[in-house]
Design a protein around this ligand. Structure first.
Ligand code: PEP
Ligand code: MN
Length: 263
């Protein structure tokens, strides 16, 4: 279902009228995690002003350490909905388990399946049954074929609203958090009709590398970006080193709009 043999022409995924995969770039931006009312509102207004169509923010955070901030859960979802009402942005959030899917359903416009759950087949079936659009991140150690099979799991439940997201893979290199596999963009475009966007933030791991990777992603043919933006990155409760502040994000948007039109 994800392959070009099923559908030769590129798919455009429509999220409440906002298109992913057309001629224009779709920009998703916001903090790694929803932390407070003030933080998410400030982030939402800033990314909207710079041209984003989606607000991202994790309410369920899959952290390496069980002692690290785990997310505000339903309280975070409520804050995301408030930010949507204030700005009109579409909301995307990560779901990590069946309970997160059920809780998030009424609050958000798009589910994100994180890198760590790309082969959580039960969860993939669950979001497949939901019919809500899904952003499917590539795992840090999944091949492109395994990633497309994960998309197949969602689509085979009847949910064709899948967008792929390259976010870097694990290699021997340690200068960046992950190695952004930009070759995945043309490879996926050649084998699948699904839109593909790039997350330069989790690939870079350091804010100073986010802009050049974002530019490269657009040049490689990505349909959009998902970027971590925090009003005060230094105080972020997760992924502090890689988040852009509002003015850095604003210049990123101005920069990439020279490469391709933004929605
Ligand atoms: C995130 O988007 O904050 C996240 C945890 O990303 P990934 O699943 O790509 O690591
Ligand atoms: Mn993050």
């Amino acid at each position: 279902l994800a392959g070009k043999t099923f559908r030769p022409e590129p798919s455009v995924i429509d999220v409440n009228g906002v298109k992913i995969g057309g001629k224009e770039l779709t920009i998703m931006a916001g903090p790694c995690a929803v932390e407070s009312y003030e933080q998410i509102m400030e982030a939402a207004h800033a990314v909207k002003k710079s041209g984003a169509q989606f607000l991202r923010g994790g309410a369920f955070k899959p952290r390496t350490s069980p002692y690290a901030f785990q997310g505000l859960e339903e309280e975070g979802l409520k804050l995301l909905l408030e930010a949507k009402k204030a700005t009109g942005l579409q909301i995307i959030t990560e779901v990590t388990c069946d309970r997160a899917v059920d809780l998030s359903m009424p609050y958000v416009d798009m589910f994100q399946i994180g890198a760590r759950n790309v082969q959580n087949f039960q969860l993939l079936k669950e979001v497949g049954k939901s019919k809500k659009p899904v952003l499917l991140k590539r795992g840090s150690s999944t091949t492109i074929d395994e990633w497309l099979n994960a998309a197949e799991y969602i689509m085979s439940e009847g949910n064709y609203n899948v967008v792929l997201c390259e976010r870097g893979i694990r290699t021997f290199e340690t200068a960046t958090r992950n190695t952004l596999d930009l070759s995945a963009v043309p490879v996926v475009k050649n084998t699948s009709h699904l839109p593909v966007i790039v997350d330069p933030s989790h690939a870079a791991g350091k804010s100073k590398y986010v802009v050049p990777l974002a530019r490269a992603a657009i040049a490689a043919g990505a349909d959009g970006l998902i970027v971590e933006v925090h009003p005060n990155p230094m105080c972020a409760l997760s992924d502090a080193a890689q988040q852009l502040n509002s003015s850095e994000f604003d210049s990123l948007c101005k920069d990439i709009s020279k490469l391709a039109p933004i929605l």
